[in-house]
Ligand binder design. Structure first.
Ligand code: NAD
Length: 498
């Protein structure tokens, strides 16, 4: 039996918005009472006023987080007790899944069925996964002489600041939150000013689930105000940052200007997707690149935005990709069936259209898309766009566009493809498509990226690390390795007398 279809428009009309921060488990306006407008990219409508957090609000949130950490109300609970509460938190998220999906879609523009099936579902799974993991991790005993015992234990760091972007607001927050909370830390989260609403709801749901007040605080606000104050704060022990490479550099500066807090940067990408002529199923490769590129309006850090195709199959490949692109034509994000939604805001829309102009001006061939559409709705929609005849030196191949724009670059030899793929400041993900097992392994080893996919691009799971090399950052979210970023190793020596 089919699940009943949801009338998302009707649900949206009854949705309540609350733009206040959550500090010490309670909703709070900004200390100075200031707000900024939260605008929906779907139709340009103001959804609500959001607290404009600044230094004083960050001070209050960090003080609340510090007190909660120091008095042990969370950190001193046993891992099994923390597990239970975090599992309840994940259940609460699933219990509010339709509300959260709507908030996410209204706030940042993605199709609501994707918010539901990807963002909400993955955020809940992330929290449940770390909850389940935390009481199964053992500490170490070092191989010392018989008269001594050395314990190597993982200690929670204390107060973790999390600063996240707008493209997967809830999911990026959960990647930071879940390991940090499971390990016993307190958290202050600064969501993007472009998509703050679900973060505050998450904090409320956490308190409902039994997370002690003050352990998880959310302060919305602008990057140069709330974000900077958090990253400079002397009582914050580490910053988990996901966002642009430009702001990631600032995180390192803030740490060096303040208390040398640990900084874990998850930054931009310009991922290479290399298709060799010896890969038989060109259709599947072409369909995969279109689906991966246009998902989330192309606003994915790991979007395969540079496609390198071996010259002998390039004409057929681009013909298929250009035929796939219109299937992702943007539609009403609340329809429940649109494959692509709205670009997050007017500024990002203008930036994406600017890159499309740059591609034309530099001589690339526009094969599909290239225009703003649905302008009559008041929303910010761009067609799925494909450029052929791109060179790896062009601006559209070098810079992260963060919109639905795919560049096809042709190559002759394996060495040439690898050299061009690696010739980028970024190194987040890459993929190689070849039926030759030696070539697939050779190229996968040669590609400088945090993740390499072979003959696929869709697989992803909480069980594997996610992060980049070069200017894509140094952080690794997800998997058990994420605990390394939110804990410190401590050595304790004991003398054993005869
Ligand atoms: P952004 O760098 O502009 O903003 C990210 C966050 O930093 C926001 O919360 C913002 O308010 C805050 N910020 C901005 N200026 C700041 C400052 N001076 N001090 C402190 N905080 C500041 O990025 P964005 O536009 O929100 O997100 C898009 C970027 O995120 C893309 O580059 C994308 O590739 C990257 N991203 C990376 C990953 C990953 O895992 N590697 C995942 C998602 C997105």
């Amino acid at each position: 039996m089919n699940a009943p279809t949801i009338d998302w428009r009707a649900r949206a009309a009854t949705l309540a918005f609350d733009g206040r921060a959550v500090i010490g488990g309670r909703r709070a306006a900004a200390r100075d009472g200031e707000t900024f407008d939260c605008i929906s990219p779907i139709d340009g409508r103001t959804l609500t006023a959001v607290a404009r957090g600044r230094g004083a609000d960050i001070d209050a949130a960090v003080a609340s987080a510090r007190q909660a950490f120091d008095d042990g109300r969370w950190a001193h609970k046993s891992p099994a007790q923390r597990k239970k509460i975090l599992q309840r938190f994940a259940e609460k998220i699933l219990g509010a899944k339709e509300e959260l999906a709507l908030l996410e879609t209204l706030d940042m523009g993605k199709p609501v069925q994707h918010s539901l099936s990807v963002d909400v579902a993955s955020a809940a799974r992330t929290i449940a996964w770390y909850a389940e993991a935390v009481d199964k991790i053992y500490d170490e005993v070092a191989p010392t002489p018989r008269n001594a015992l050395a314990l190597i234990t993982r200690e929670p760091m204390g107060v973790i600041g999390a600063i996240v972007p707008w493209n997967y607001p809830m999911l990026m927050a959960s990647w930071k939150l879940a390991p940090a909370l499971a390990a016993g830390n307190s958290v202050v989260l600064k969501p993007s000013e472009k998509s703050p609403l679900t973060a505050m709801r998450l904090a409320e749901l956490a308190v409902e689930a039994g997370l002690p007040e003050g352990v998880f605080n959310v302060v919305p606000g602008y990057g140069h105000e709330a974000g900077e104050a958090l990253a400079l704060h002397l009582d914050v022990d580490a910053i988990g940052f996901t966002g642009s490479t430009r702001v990631g550099r600032k995180m390192l500066e803030y740490a060096s200007r303040s208390n040398l807090k640990r900084v874990f940067n998850e930054l931009g990408g310009k991922s290479a997707f290399i298709v060799f002529a010896d890969f038989a199923d060109i259709g599947r490769a072409a369909q995969t690149v279109a689906a991966s590129m246009f998902f989330n309006q192309g606003e994915s850090c790991n979007a395969p935005s540079r496609v390198f195709v071996q010259a002998s199959i390039a004409d057929e490949f681009v013909r298929i990709v250009a035929g796939e692109a219109p299937k992702y034509q943007p539609g009403d994000p609340l329809s429940g069936s649109a494959e692509m939604g709205a670009i997050v805001d007017d500024m990002q829309l203008r930036s994406v259209l600017g890159y499309i102009d740059a591609g034309r001006d530099e001589g690339a061939t526009l094969l599909a898309g290239g225009h703003r559409v649905r302008a009559e709705t008041g929303g910010y929609f761009v067609e799925p766009t494909v450029f052929d005849g791109v060179s790896n030196r062009m601006k559209i191949a070098r810079e992260e566009i963060f919109g639905p724009v795919l560049s096809v670059i042709r190559f002759q030899t394996e060495d040439e493809a690898v050299a061009m793929a690696n010739d980028s400041p970024y190194g987040l993900q890459a993929s190689v498509w070849s039926d030759n097992v030696n070539r697939a392994h050779r190229v996968a080893r040669a590609l400088r990226a945090g993740t390499v996919h072979v003959n696929q691009y869709d697989e992803d799971d909480i069980t594997v690390p996610f992060g980049g090399v070069k200017q894509s950052g140094n952080g690794r979210d997800k998997s058990l390795h994420a605990f390394d970023k939110v804990t410190e190793l401590k050595t304790t020596w004991l003398r054993i007398e005869r």
